[in-house]
Design a protein around this ligand. Structure first.
Ligand code: SIN
Length: 532
């Protein structure tokens, strides 16, 4: 059995920031299921929203966040995260991150981007590869620490809790079982402070901007361990994913609209003014729904993002990654509008935590996209997530250090080894792939941007059947990454559907034709689910 003072699952901005700080106080393991840089963070294009100019203010950033969140943000959490942002940004700069600057009247200042729902320019960025640069900077710093073990190709299987070991008194997290993909052995890791930083669940949908790793592992494990999960119905669809048969998941950043990009329908009409006064820069829930409506109204396959009025030099300099990628797929964004469609992008709900990342299960913290702190409410304001990642990671680290080692009786016993019995290797991978595809198709068709009770009920029935089959698989075959991811996806899909079914109103990202109104009197609260 391995033992660490802190164990972090996930290696995006939140997990790495936590690990860097925790390493100054004890031993840290960072468990990551692929290579160290494989994370949602590395794919983030837009940047980090943070008040950093005289034209802006904390109050405006707070107001924009609350407005996007459609009545469900926790104002105190929003205030804390927004106001502590500049300090955390300074730390990123100190360890070598260079945000883009521009020349203004003979001096250099930050080149701030604009995205949907922001009333001011406040998005710090590094061209259109902000997340990748953050990831590289944090990893470089982490690799210098002697206190950190980075366990790549290790996938967390399940949390070990006192409750599961039969302790009837206060439950707590004691550690985690982890599958080493190379040896195929499941290791037992003990810790008093376990941090889930596993990101979101975009792969639960057929079309997503997320990388393949986004399979909802953290939410599924926390739910199985009895932690409270919140607001899973609020899945954000990014309005502009490149529409091309071979371009899997390629995001065209909202920053393109921030620099003047206009959405046009298949007739070439600028349509957003018919849906919102902020037009192409309205919050994402509104833009994604408008695109969905235009596509359905005109029987089209996609809409178009037109930024041909900006010069090729500007586009190449500001959006080199998007420019090159579109070109590879035969679209020169300087000369022609980019074909785009909405795709699943961000999980606004997650494991319920306070602003210090503490979950309802003692010893377990959750930070980043996997958590639901109350910042995003019913719809996340663009580029607020990287900000939440660094601010809450810092607070969670301070809270975890402050927390005294518990005097729980379970700490005195050896944790049991993983039991795989005499089960076989999975003989037919086709079953896993079939179930995976079925979940993603069901979620896309029945639990997408526009929902109805009937579609949600259909999805629920299908998912229950799939979950039964997957459970059988799980108990009869050796665990593998594919099987574990499938099991987690099915769990998270069911949590999304159950949460959506319980919200009989339309709010933020949850829009249903059967209940199109906002009903504050009944539903102005988080949707909470737990297993126990
Ligand atoms: C984007 O660049 O459009 C994505 C930014 C975000 O999701 O916050």
């Amino acid at each position: 059995m391995k033992q660490f003072d802190f164990v972090v699952i996930g290696s995006g901005i939140a997990g790495l920031s936590f690990a860097l700080k925790a390493a100054k106080h004890g031993s840290v393991a960072v468990v990551t299921k692929r290579k160290r840089a494989d994370s949602n963070t590395a794919w983030a294009q837009g940047g980090i929203a943070c008040v950093s100019s005289d034209e802006d203010s904390f109050e405006l950033h707070i107001r924009d966040t609350l407005e996007a969140g459609a009545g469900l943000c926790d104002e105190q959490v929003v205030r804390t995260i927004v106001t502590e942002g500049p300090e955390r940004i300074r730390e990123l700069v100190e360890i070598g991150l260079h945000f883009d600057e521009r020349e203004v009247s003979g001096h250099r200042e930050l080149d701030l981007g604009k995205e949907g729902g922001h009333s001011k320019r406040r998005v710090l960025h590094v061209q259109d590869v902000t997340g990748l640069e953050i990831e590289k900077t944090l990893l470089r710093e982490l690799e210098r620490s002697d206190n950190v073990q980075l366990l790549e190709n290790h996938m967390a299987v399940d949390l070990i809790t006192a409750g599961k070991l039969g302790f009837a008194t206060e439950d707590r997290c004691l550690g985690v079982y982890v599958l080493d993909e190379e040896t195929q052995a499941v290791e037992t890791i003990r810790t008093d402070r376990l941090v889930l930083a596993t990101g979101g669940c975009g792969k639960v949908y057929l079309y997503t901007t997320n990388p393949d790793i986004a399979t909802g592992d953290g939410v599924a494990m926390a739910w199985r361990a009895g932690a409270v999960i919140a607001n899973m119905e609020f899945i954000q669809f990014h309005p502009t994913c490149l529409f091309h048969p071979d371009a899997k998941s390629f995001l065209v950043s909202e920053a393109v609209r921030g620099e003047g990009g206009i959405l046009r329908n298949s007739r070439g009409e600028d349509f957003m003014h018919r849906y919102d006064r902020r037009e192409s820069l309205a919050p994402r829930d509104i833009v994604a729904r408008a695109i969905d409506a235009e596509i359905k109204r005109l029987g089209a396959k996609c809409v178009y993002l037109d930024i041909t009025h900006r010069s090729p030099e500007f586009l190449r300099e500001r959006f080199p990654h998007i420019y090159e990628t579109c070109l590879r797929f035969g679209v020169d964004m300087a000369k022609q509008p980019i074909p785009v469609v909405p795709a699943a992008h961000y999980q606004c709900g997650g494991i319920k935590t306070d602003v210090n990342g503490a979950t309802t299960l003692p010893g377990l913290y959750a930070i980043g996209e996997v958590a639901c702190t109350g910042l995003h409410g019913a719809n996340r304001l663009a580029s607020n997530s990287l900000l939440e990642g660094i601010v809450v990671a810092h607070r969670a680290c301070e809270a975890a250090i402050r927390a005294q080692p518990p005097s729980h009786p379970a700490r005195a016993i050896d944790l049991p080894e993983w039991q795989s019995g005499d089960v076989q290797n999975v003989d037919e991978l086709v079953v896993i792939y079939h179930n995976w595809n079925e979940i993603r198709r069901v979620m896309w068709d029945y639990v997408g941007i526009v929902r109805t009770d009937k579609r949600l009920q259909r999805a629920s029935a299908r998912l229950r059947n799939l979950q039964r089959e997957i459970r059988e698989f799980y108990w009869n075959f050796k665990v593998s990454v594919d099987l574990l991811e499938l099991r987690n996806l099915a769990t998270v899909a069911a949590l999304i559907v159950d949460s959506a079914l319980s919200r009989k109103e339309s709010r933020g990202l949850h829009y249903t034709l059967d209940h199109p109104q906002l009903v504050d009197s009944e539903f102005k609260h988080d949707t909470l689910i737990s297993r126990t």
